[in-house]
Ligand binder design. Sequence first.
Ligand SMILES: Cc1cc2nc3c(=O)[nH]c(=O)nc-3n(C[C@H](O)[C@H](O)[C@H](O)COP(=O)(O)OP(=O)(O)OC[C@H]3O[C@@H](n4cnc5c(N)ncnc54)[C@H](O)[C@@H]3O)c2cc1C
Length: 403
Amino acid sequence: MTTPPRQVAILGAGPVGLDAALACADAELPFTVYEAGATVGAHVAAWGHVRLFTPWSMNLSPRMRTHLPDPPEGAICPTGTELWDSVLRPLAAGPALAGRIRLAHRVMAVGRTGLLKHEEISTAARAAAPLRLLIDGPGGEQVHSADLVLDCTGTYGQPNPTGEGGIAAPGETGLGERIVRTLPPLDTDRDRARWRGTVLLVGAGKSAQTAARSLAALPGTRLHWVIRDPDPGWGEIRGDALPGRQDLVDTARRLAAGDNARVTVHTGATIQSLHADHGRVRALLGSPHGPRELLVDHLLSLTGYVGDAGLYRQLQVHECYATAAPMNLSATLLDTAVSDCLAQPAVGVDALRTPEPGFFVLGAKSYGRLSTFLLRVGYEQVDQIIGSYTPQNVSTAQPVPPR
Ligand SMILES: Cc1cc2nc3c(=O)[nH]c(=O)nc-3n(C[C@H](O)[C@H](O)[C@H](O)COP(=O)(O)OP(=O)(O)OC[C@H]3O[C@@H](n4cnc5c(N)ncnc54)[C@H](O)[C@@H]3O)c2cc1C
C-alpha cells in the first residue's frame, strides 16, 4: 500500500470523478472536486437526450448504490438526463460529497511545485514536490496543491476536426459554430425544425449512428452521411448482449443499403474543403470515384473526441502516439484488444500509472482515441487507484452481467 495522500484533487465531476470522490470519502481521504461546468455531470447533461446502451445495472458502481437512498436498478437503459437526475445530482447533494465540489472551477493546468517537466526523473524526488494546480473560478485564478491528482475531465468538450487525415479541412475553422459537433436533441418540434433542409453528417461511430437514425426519421430532412471507411463494419459485435447498440448497427446498415430515399451514405469519402456559400455550405468530398460537391444547409461533425492533454503538459505523462491514452494503459488495452467493450478485463493499478507519481488519468479520458470505454471500467479504475492507498476501504468492482 502507498502512503495515503494528504490532499486529493479530483478534476471533473462526471460519473467517474464523482465515484472517485465517494471512494475518497469512504476511505476518509481529504479531497476536493473541481468541476468546470455550472453543474455536476456537465457532459452527461449535454448529451442528456441520448439513451445509453448500457442498463442501470452497469451504470452505477456498488459504492454509488450504497450512497443513494433509492438507487435505480435493472435492465432498463436510461437516458443521459435520467442518469444525471437520478444518480449524479443526488450523489453530489448527499452527505458524503456536500461542500466538497467546487462548481464553475476549471482546472487550467497541473505542474509540480519547484520542478519543470525535464528537471528530475527520480520518482521519489518528484513525489516530494506537491502537485500545483492552476484553477479558474468565480473569484479569478488561484493556485491549489495536492499530492494525488485524478484527472477525470472526460473527452466530450474536445471534438476532433472534420477534414481528411483528422485535421481541419480548408475553410472548416472559418465556419466556427456553423458546424455542430455534439449530438443534437431532436425531441421537440422546435429541435426538429432546426434540422430541416439538407444535412451533411460526418463520422461513423456510435454518436454518428445515433444522429443518422434520428435524422433519417425526419420527413423534412435530406441527409448526406459521409464515412471514411469504404466498407464500414459499424463496430458490430457478434451476438451483442446490448440490444440498443445492435439496433444502431442494424439501422446504419439499412441506411447504407439505400432503404431510405432521403438518405445517401457516401462510403470511402472524406471532406476536402468546406466553404460558406450564400447562407449554405459547399462541401468538397474526395472519394475513390473522384471529387463530388454538395451544397448543404447544416453540418454535423461527429468524428470522435479526445481529452485535453494540455492540462498535464508540464508533467511526465507518457502518451501513446497512436491512441493518445497514457502509455501503460494504452499498451495494456492494445495487448488485450477486444472488439466488445463488455469483454474488457480489469487492467490493474500498474497499467494506470504514469511516470509522474501521484497523477492519474481516469474515466473516458484515459482511453484516448479508443472508443471502448464504459462507465463500469471507470469505476473499476477508481477501485484500483484508491484501493492502492487504502485497500481495506474500497468496494470491489461490479461484475459483468451474464449474457
Ligand atoms: C453520447 C454518449 C453516449 C454514451 N453511452 C454510454 C453507455 O451507454 N454506456 C457507457 O458505459 N458509457 C457510455 N458513454 C461513454 C462514457 O461512459 C461517458 O462519456 C461518460 O460520461 C464518461 O464519464 P467521465 O466521468 O469519464 O467523463 P465525463 O462524463 O465527460 O465528465 C467529465 C467532467 O469533467 C468536467 N471538466 C472537463 N474539463 C475540466 C477541467 N479542465 N476542469 C474541471 N472540470 C472539467 C466536465 O465538465 C465534466 O463534467 C457514452 C458517451 C457519450 C458521449
